[in-house]
Design a protein around this ligand. Structure first.
Ligand code: AVJ
Ligand code: FE
Length: 446
């Protein structure tokens, strides 16, 4: 175990951090139960889409991961990074999980509760050794809580793809309304220069967010808001899907093979109006909400159609957190306060996107709105480790996915927990994927 230069905190400070990690674990479970509340045994045992697991699998995997990291691995050296067997994601690819023998919903709820009870007993006796990076500040507790939170977002993707009756979303967070961008696609200038991205945090950040490092950026312009349904509809209606020059070779191949001509979940009704569905709610598309359920190729084609491009993830992060006037990296676009559904559209129970500008505080130092929450934003960057990357605590979280196959997404969506949504968090997926709650904003060389 490495001893590090982490400032040795006083007793009370450590206790407070540990207490907050436990609270995060507790909140995670409340949301799991709220999300699965309306579901039947049939809903959770079906494989609704080959891209997704049966929800019973996610639930069992949440319990197995918690058991592994908060029970077994605390008592001895780490033998494996995922529990061998049914809930090991590497043993069983998603498309095959529908044929695994899985318990009933009641059985799975009992397993979740049983593991949690044992964890509470085990951890109340834990000293959280400050010399162990896994235990220091209860990092491993926060990691397990974030893992449950990320699987909740996966479950929400599954529910949006649900076969049979639509999911009766238990909406608990009301969405404020916003205002239209003064100018469609209005941009703000980032002056360029050296900026700091990433983090050295060891209390919550994943290995792929470290280390904090400086990058030199050329000046660029970036959209003030994510691209809206209104702007994207113009691209659709003007035949953007048929203009070869807008698409990369890989994008054109995808568009031709898939036959796609609009974002996922958009349908044109008999009057020629576009409607979309969010869980059990079907509505005309709202021109003021960010476009959602587009893949990387669609984002890139749209950007080219308006003479722009996608931002790199470094540009995205600089636009979200760097204050060029005083050369300071903030934790969040609005400052250093923890995210909440008062500040941004995060934390899942709104079950949809909000209109742009709906959260007046969710604005970055240079003036970009909505960088945290609503929709993940595609960037042009491949998923690689930062300089000096070190896998911690297991390479199967990030490192095994590094390479040019995946594109990085930033900012979190409405379906991302407030405990996960942060400006340094890096998500990744294949450039053809549309099941995630993803949109984008555009950039341009200055
Ligand atoms: C970070 C969302 C790509 O779901 O594959 C869940 C998160 N890692 N369990 C994924 C994750 C392990 C991961 N993503
Ligand atoms: Fe997992």
């Amino acid at each position: 175990m490495t001893t590090s230069a982490f400032p040795s905190a006083n007793e009370q400070h450590v206790t407070e951090r540990v207490r907050r990690a436990f609270a995060s674990l507790e909140r995670a479970r409340q949301h799991t139960l709220a999300i699965i509340g309306p579901l039947t045994d049939d809903d959770v045992s079906r494989q609704h889409d080959t891209l997704m697991s049966p929800i019973l699998w996610d639930l069992g995997h949440i319990a197995a991961f918690e058991k592994l990291w908060l029970l077994q691995n605390l008592d001895g050296p780490i033998e494996f990074s995922e529990m061998p067997g049914t809930y090991n994601p590497f043993e069983h690819p998603r498309s095959t999980r529908g044929s695994l023998p899985l318990p009933t919903l009641a059985g799975q709820r009992e397993e979740l509760a049983r593991v949690r009870q044992a964890v509470i007993e085990r951890l109340s006796a834990e000293a959280f050794d400050a010399n162990d990076p896994l235990l220091r500040d209860a990092y491993v507790v926060r990691m397990v809580a974030q893992h449950e939170r990320q699987h909740q977002e996966t479950i929400l993707q599954t529910l949006q793809l649900k076969l049979g009756e639509p999911y009766a979303a238990p909406r608990a967070i009301p969405l404020p309304s916003g205002t239209s961008p003064a100018v469609e696609g209005a941009m703000v200038r980032f002056p360029g220069g050296p900026v700091r991205v990433g983090t050295d945090d060891r209390s919550e950040a994943y290995d792929n967010e470290r280390s904090s490092h400086d990058v030199q950026l050329a000046p660029f312009d970036i959209d003030i808001t994510p691209v809206t349904n209104g702007a994207y509809r113009a691209f659709v209606d003007n035949g953007g899907y048929d203009v070869r020059e807008y698409w990369s070779d890989a994008g054109w191949a995808w568009r031709t093979e898939s036959g796609v001509r609009a974002p996922k979940h958009w349908t044109r009704d008999n009057n020629g109006e576009w409607t979309t569905r969010s869980m059990d709610r079907v509505e005309r598309i709202d021109p003021l909400r960010p476009v959602c359920h587009v893949c990387y190729h669609e984002a890139e084609a749209y950007a080219r159609s308006v003479g722009k491009r996608l931002p790199t993830e470094q540009e995205w992060e600089a636009a979200a957190t760097w204050n060029p006037e005083d050369g300071v990296q903030q934790r969040y676009p609005w400052g250093n306060d923890e995210p909440s559904s008062a500040l941004a559209n995060v934390d899942q129970l709104s079950f949809g996107t909000a209109q742009v500008h709906a959260y007046p505080h969710n604005v970055s130092p240079i003036g970009c709105y909505g960088m945290i929450g609503d929709v993940w934003e595609w960037t042009s960057s491949d998923f690689h480790g930062y300089p000096g990357f070190e896998a911690f605590p297991y390479p199967e979280y990030s490192e095994v996915f590094f390479g040019s196959e995946y594109k990085v997404l930033r900012g979190g969506s409405w379906a991302t927990s407030a405990d996960v949504a942060r400006a340094t968090f890096r998500n990744w997926d294949y450039p053809i994927r549309r099941q995630i709650f993803a949109g984008f904003r555009c950039a341009r060389d200055a």
